[in-house]
Design a protein around this ligand. Structure first.
Ligand SMILES: Cc1cc2nc3c(=O)[nH]c(=O)nc-3n(C[C@H](O)[C@H](O)[C@H](O)COP(=O)(O)O)c2cc1C
Length: 323
């Protein structure tokens, strides 16, 4: 039986994690093209929507090829979160609205948003009730384990969310102070799954198909969300879905990888403009070639790239050097 989030049927068990600065439209399209059930936007400031910030509104750009898209909002103030959710719904591009309960960056926590909300059951209750009332779209939240490793805050916030009409919960079981260090505590995902009747999406430390399989076996989560590993291997989510469906998956060839690097380059240039795209591509393209012979020289040459053609030529040269 396919998983459902409210009335939305999810074809597959893989979610691309929201990654600020990374899961922009060109990157989401790349991952979707490789194969993935749901892609998530970068976190979007509800206040930014409220104040019509051009930079914020840009983050909401979407194309129909990436559907279904989950748009993640962050904020703590009910009025702007309600306005944000309503605005996102009017764009007709999001299939899911997600609320960030996990960001531990100081600037966000200071505003009472992200993981700060996990300390505030009363605010959470009223915020979720108001957003639930404001939108008919499937509504999800993404939480951490909380401020300590017991998971108690996660269990409490998740229960409030389910009781408020939230349709699914993603959990990244690290504490606020852990950031991305140490290990994600998958036992917390397992307990949460036993507690809730709505779908639970497990996240944290999935670096391979086998990791995803282990997480599903251990926790019985309904789907998995992959973040950092997708930055290096955008094929990973489709490999996970293939393995779940057929018991096998294919490893991308260097040819497959280089074609994706070319298509990301073209999309970045089209979306961000040549100069900013080239700057951003220096980091992005080097992730894909990690571990290949000669990758450090490729990385060094990438730092000199100033045009789309420079980047495409460099990719071709590097590919030829591997033959
Ligand atoms: C660069 C970066 C940006 C992130 N941005 C967001 C974000 O905007 N919203 C969010 O909920 N989580 C964000 N996260 C957390 C990821 O979504 C995910 O929970 C975390 O990386 C653990 O999953 P992973 O081990 O598969 O990477 C970010 C993580 C990284 C590394």
């Amino acid at each position: 039986m396919p998983m459902k989030i409210k009335n939305l049927t999810i074809h597959g068990k893989t979610f691309l994690a929201p990654l600020a600065g990374i899961t922009n439209l060109p990157f989401r399209l790349l991952v979707k093209e490789c194969g993935c059930a749901v892609v998530c936007s970068e976190m979007v400031s509800a206040k930014g929507i409220f104040y019509n910030s051009e930079k914020t509104l840009d983050l909401l750009s979407s194309k129909k090829e990436e559907q279904p898209l989950s748009v993640q909002l962050f904020g703590s103030d009910t009025e702007s979160m309600v306005k944000g959710a309503k605005f996102v719904e009017t764009l007709n591009t999001a299939s899911i609205i997600d609320i960030n309960f996990g960001c531990s960056v100081k600037k966000i926590v200071k505003q009472g948003a992200g993981v700060a909300l996990m300390k505030e059951p009363d605010i959470t209750k009223s915020l979720l009730a108001a957003v639930r009332k404001a939108t008919d779209l499937p509504l999800t939240i993404k939480i951490r384990s909380g401020w300590d490793n017991s998971g108690q805050q996660a269990f409490k916030i998740a229960q409030i969310a389910q009781d408020s009409g939230v349709d699914a919960i993603t959990i990244h079981p690290r504490t606020a102070s852990q950031g991305f260090k140490g290990k994600a505590n998958w036992e917390i995902i397992k307990t949460l799954k036993q507690q809730l009747s709505i779908p639970v999406i497990g996240n944290g430390d999935i670096n391979s198909v086998e990791d995803a399989q282990r997480m599903i076996e251990l926790t019985a989560c309904d789907a998995v969300m992959v973040g950092r590993a997708a930055m290096k291997n955008p094929f990973l989510l489709s490999q996970i879905d293939d393995f779940i469906r057929n018991g096998s998956y294919q490893t991308p060839t260097p040819h497959d990888i280089f074609r994706k690097m070319e298509s990301l380059t073209k999309r970045y240039v089209e979306y961000f403009g040549e100069k900013p795209a080239c700057k951003m591509l220096r980091g992005r393209l080097s992730w894909f070639v990690k571990g290949m012979p000669g990758c450090s020289a490729f990385r060094a040459n990438l730092s000199k790239v100033i045009s789309k053609n420079d980047a495409l030529d460099l990719i071709k040269e590097f590919e030829a050097s591997l033959m």
